[in-house]
Ligand binder design. Sequence first.
Ligand SMILES: [Zn+2]
Length: 372
Amino acid sequence: MIARAAALFAALLLVSCAEHPLKLQEVASHVFAFIGETEEIKPSNRGNVINTGFIVGSDGVVVIDSGANHKHGQMILDEIASVTSKPIVLLINTHPHPENVLGNSAFAEKGIPILAHSETTAAMQARCETCLKHTREQLSEEIMRGTEIVIPTRSVEHSQDLSIAGRRLRLLYFGWAHTEGDLGVLDVETGVLFAGGLVFHDQIPVMQQANTRGWIAALDALKNQPITRIVPAAGPIANASAVADTLVYLKSLLESMERQYAEGKSAIDVLSSSDLPQFREWALYDWTHQLNVQHVYRELEREELSAERDELYSGLSAPLAPADPWCAAFASSGFGPAVTLTAGLSAIPNSDIVDSTAARCGSGTDSCQWLR
Ligand SMILES: [Zn+2]
């Protein structure tokens, strides 16, 4: 049963002390969020810089994101236990950032299954070791004590509806946006969207792993969902218009960078000429916006290099022997199926070949053949 639901009506319940710095808010009937600080990760906030939350169904509880460390995850569990005695039946990791997933170990201790998009699982396997080390350096050994990397045990590949705990949840996946594995979680009954990394509110979006064009496409698609309220990645609870606000920021930044890139400005030049005054009031503008400027500039550079590479390869088609050493190396690299080298490729760096071939090769190609 929901023991404290009546006391939580549409109000911010601040459980604020050194041991329990979580801010619990009831967003809609049986839907709760923990509102993180709108700050960079630092010891004083113990990594609590994103929003997490939970949904109480008739048969159990589903939690969205686990926090930045084991203690954060444990505090989430403690707070949920003060709201309901129902069992937690699932934890969903919306995306692979450390502040969203490093609390997983507290849930794994209780035997709670963890679900994520398969791209999040892959990214955690590839990056979490480094992320954990970096987060330890940011926060301290003491704050991170007990934190272990726990990889999700269940995965999804596409958007799908999930009936769980007597609730219907819509898992939304639109491809690489804020990260490669972003899931949004829509509680269909109330229209509350846990936006994962897709939507920020009154805070500059974090783009360090972003695909800007993919993120813009994702938000264009997200606008069609029946959303009433949003638990954003960071910032206060929002209404559906926060989707459009994040979209305007991303489009404004991309347009500014495309214009300046076309004018020939350097990555240094754009640092002093990319102010977006309409977003100055958003949290973390001074620091995060500048990082975003650099990120988008680098994306445009990669796009240009990729176009040049495609042009370079366009005249190459004559197959070489499948026994070519590079071909064998690629086949065993895990990037994709075996491919045939083509005449003249020896002058092109291997890294370029791998990048381009991985992008061009479809699965299931068992003979060495250049795909064009
Ligand atoms: Zn994130």
